[in-house]
Design a protein around this ligand. Structure first.
Ligand code: HEC
Length: 256
């Protein structure tokens, strides 16, 4: 028959497809053709990258200092989005730490079985493309959020104390006053996340000794207005009575 591989007739010679086929069916063997190409590109990239970092060494970050207790550790930038995800889920850590990454990875692994359509055009595969765009967007957004919050924590974005309406004087006494007032409990649940359980400040400024510099009447409009976006109006309180109670308690924070 015409076109038959003559080797098929020779005993002991394996049957193979002719190497130079005139008409390709668009496929190529994974081994060795595809793998070899990948391997060559990978090697060129690796060697290039290695040379690049040999001649442009970059420090990993500031040197570790065991005496520096104000150091706030954060993961490397490429893990910041996962780190940020952890923060949003609070006590339900199982979701961001295990379930979401696991489901995403499993989905990726099963794509060859889930998406069997032949077309590779992005616009013909709205679900895959959408999921991809969404995840990239989420990663960028979460990374930027994490980084901004970190800058805030290390004080790089903290506003100068002078820009605050009430300049507290860092009093020596740290005793909380009037803890029997209802406002104290409200403060602990609503404001302490940002201002610290002992008023020592965290994301928000220190409020120790605020009673020395501000009266209840002066505090009320400031707290009501808040400092959007850093502090929501009324610190997030929706009840007017609670707001008045927490302000009444704050005004009692007169410290030496
Ligand atoms: C999400 C975080 C957050 C919460 C919750 C929050 N604050 Fe604040 N607060 C801030 C930040 C940040 C500032 C400083 C804003 C600035 O510098 O412009 C601030 C400023 C203040 C100031 C002005 C301090 C000064 O020295 O002038 C007062 C008073 C205050 N907050 C009271 C409260 C009270 C009361 C609550 C609870 C009802 C509360 N905050 C809840 C973040 C928060």
């Amino acid at each position: 028959m015409a076109g038959e591989d003559p080797r098929e007739k020779i005993p002991g010679v394996p049957r193979r497809r002719p190497v130079h086929k005139e008409i390709s069916d668009g496929r190529e063997p994974f081994f060795p053709n595809f793998l070899l190409k990948e391997w060559i590109v990978g090697s060129i990239f690796l060697v290039g990258f290695m040379l690049w970092i040999i001649f442009n060494p970059v420090e990993l970050g500031p040197k570790a200092d065991p005496m520096d207790s104000s150091f706030i550790p954060v993961p490397d930038w490429y893990f910041l989005f996962l780190y940020q995800l952890l923060k949003y889920f609070g006590p339900y850590l199982l979701f961001p730490a295990v379930l979401i990454p696991m489901v995403a990875t499993l989905l990726l692994m099963f794509v060859p079985w889930l998406d069997t359509r032949r077309s590779r055009r992005p616009f013909r595969r709205p679900f895959a493309t959408g999921a991809m765009v969404l995840s990239v967007f989420m990663m960028i957004w979460l990374t930027s959020e994490a980084w901004n919050q970190h800058l805030y924590e290390i004080g790089a974005l903290q506003p100068a104390a002078s820009s605050l309406p009430f300049a507290t004087q860092h009093p020596a006494s740290t005793t909380l006053m009037a803890t029997n007032l209802p406002g104290y409990a409200i403060f602990k649940t609503t404001c302490a996340v940002c201002h610290g359980a002992d008023l020592q400040g965290q994301i928000g400024p220190e409020l120790r000794g605020i009673g020395n510099v501000a009266t209840e009447a002066e505090l009320l409009p400031v707290v009501t207005k808040g400092f959007p976006p850093m502090m929501p109006p009324a610190g997030g309180l929706t009840s007017k009575t609670e707001l008045q109670e927490v302000v009444a308690w704050l005004a009692q924070q007169k410290q030496k």
